[in-house]
Design a protein around this ligand. Structure first.
Ligand code: ADP
Length: 190
């Protein structure tokens, strides 16, 4: 299986690039943010629990997202692999993911991290907020919370994957197709 962790701060372009990669490499897109927003839309108890935290740019508890991932992995074991978008976001999540994959005799192939500086992220997210309707895209304060959560809890995961020689860092600046080419280069070199 080809299992890619597509990594980077909010607004780095993980969702956009995931769409290109799942087409080309026939992978399953697993975005915990999309799944959570769907739970909110369907007013499930999980959605109600997550909404408050998400609207403030805070991470949802590890056990909640890990359980979501577990059930989706189980249903797609015959696929070519997965693009993990927005997951793992903490060390706890990364350890659980490794364990879940190991139970299925597979593992993470690579983490590809998109590098974009804060100023550009804020600009992109505010722009997206004009039509995304996402509460967490509406104010610079909430966006700052998300970037802070990323820097404190999520960015350190680069070290975790680097120790396993799985980290690949590329620039997230430039046209969408340019960034897709950079990602293709990395994946084809695996
Ligand atoms: P972005 O990358 O733009 O922040 P996401 O859709 O990945 O967008 O995430 C939106 C929000 O959903 C996060 O701010 C967080 O509250 C919640 N969330 C998504 N994935 C996770 C995760 N793996 N762990 C904890 N919270 C998550």
């Amino acid at each position: 299986m080809l299992n890619i962790v597509l990594f980077g701060p909010p607004g780095a372009g993980k969702g956009t690039q995931s769409k290109m990669l799942i087409e080309k490499f026939k992978l399953i897109h697993l975005s915990t943010g999309d799944i959570l927003r769907n739970e909110i839309k369907n007013k499930t108890s999980l959605g109600l629990q997550a909404k408050e935290l998400m609207d403030h740019g805070k991470l949802v508890p590890d056990d909640v997202v890990i359980n979501m991932i577990k059930s989706i992995l189980k249903k797609n074991l015959n696929s070519n692999g997965f693009i993990f978008d927005g997951f793992p976001r903490t060390k706890e999540q990364a350890l659980s993911l490794d364990q879940l994959l190991e139970n299925q005799d597979t593992s993470i192939s690579a983490m590809i991290s998109l590098k974009v500086e804060d100023e550009e992220l804020i600009k992109r997210l505010l722009e997206r907020g004009k039509d995304s309707g996402r509460a967490d895209d509406q104010s610079t304060e909430i966006i700052a919370n998300r970037i802070e959560e990323y820097n404190n809890k999520t960015a350190p995961l680069k070290l975790y994957y680097n120790e396993q020689k799985k980290l690949h860092e590329i620039s997230g600046l430039g046209s969408i197709s340019k960034i897709t080419s950079r990602l293709n280069l990395v994946i084809n070199s695996l």
